[in-house]
Design a protein around this ligand. Sequence first.
Ligand SMILES: Cc1cc2nc3c(=O)[nH]c(=O)nc-3n(C[C@H](O)[C@H](O)[C@H](O)COP(=O)(O)OP(=O)(O)OC[C@H]3O[C@@H](n4cnc5c(N)ncnc54)[C@H](O)[C@@H]3O)c2cc1C
Length: 392
Amino acid sequence: MDLQFKPEHEAFRRELAEWLQTHLARPWIEELRDPANDPDRLFEIRRRWQAVLNEAGYLGMDWPREWGGRGATAIEKAIYTEETYRADAPPIPNVLGISLLGPALIHHGSEELRRRFIPKMLSGEEIWCQGFSEPDAGSDLAALRTRAEPDGEDFRITGQKVWTTFGLWADWIFVLARTDASDRYGGITFFLVPIHQKGVEVRGIKQISGESEFGEVFFDGAVARREHIVGKIGEGWRIAMTVLSYERGAMSLAYPAQYDGYLEDLVAGCRERGILGRPDVREKLGRLLVDNEVMRANGLRNLAGFASGEKPGPEASIEKLFWSEYAKRLADTALELLGPQAHLVVRSPHSRPGMDWAYEAQWCRAGTIYAGSSEIQRNILSRRVLKLPEAR
Ligand SMILES: Cc1cc2nc3c(=O)[nH]c(=O)nc-3n(C[C@H](O)[C@H](O)[C@H](O)COP(=O)(O)OP(=O)(O)OC[C@H]3O[C@@H](n4cnc5c(N)ncnc54)[C@H](O)[C@@H]3O)c2cc1C
């Protein structure tokens, strides 16, 4: 296994880092951190950042050129995410469209669907949200009950989705809906549905952080056009499962790069509090630093595998489980070590500059739930990687 980057990878990294330094210099970061921001303004800042990235050709990098990509390799894409995380770039608002729906259209969609939806998805003119989870179908997604019934040429959608990220800002939603109640997996179809129509209602869900980043989406006979089905009727489950695997590896180096910055902040905070010399503090920080390097080494190992043509397998759960649980441990340690300082950051005149650890400690819990909870990742690892016997 070769864990070294080639000269062309290093050249790409340098070019990107320089580009980020030029384009991400103030006022982006200042604007993004302005405590006066309301959620709509924040969303618009992110949308503008997405347009800048798109114009420079950094979005959908690994897609074919004819669909706005640049045919980049998995390694270049991983370098892209690593550098944007290291630079603390704003997250793009169309993340679900570009990371999940885009690949679905490229691999399973018709030419017409690609032409109609991909350009506006990349530019951020049309924002997408993902309508998979339901009140009784999360980890067990195939239990979904939202139904799509034929109505002339088209379909009518009825049911409820939940935890829909950016539902309040989205123009379109990609929906898994049941077209055959008697077939658990083969009875699911992948629809593209406009949000702004009679028959769709989005309600924000207030989170512990005070934001409503996600919402509930209610369908009451909403129209879904037949030509807006991705793949064929009954192929929704297969498409949804395969698109999730296309993204594997993209984040391999991003989290360790982001946590480098977080760790720097934590060490600086401990120094300011005069506790950096304490053996118990050094032990905690040392463990976090070492584990971040373990995460980076695992990411490099994954990428080396992809580069040599390995297909992503159930081992991908190691990465998801590790970064999400690590984020919790890091934030909890910061709260413990920085004490009141950790709670007074960012939105107070008494704040020290830097991380908002109190916010991070609340937000990071989400990472252990979305995209397969930690329990589900452990199940995958025990069954499919370690081949342990089923618990009875
Ligand atoms: C920040 C965030 C954003 C999200 N965005 C979206 C989105 O845009 N679109 C969308 O469709 N969904 C979204 N989700 C929903 C997410 O996919 C679900 O929350 C997730 O699949 C878990 O489902 P659930 O919440 O119904 O929990 P459940 O599946 O009800 O799980 C409850 C608990 O039981 C455990 N559990 C469940 N089954 C098992 C099992 N077999 N073995 C052991 N333990 C088990 C789980 O780990 C969990 O601790 C988002 C979630 C979060 C947190």
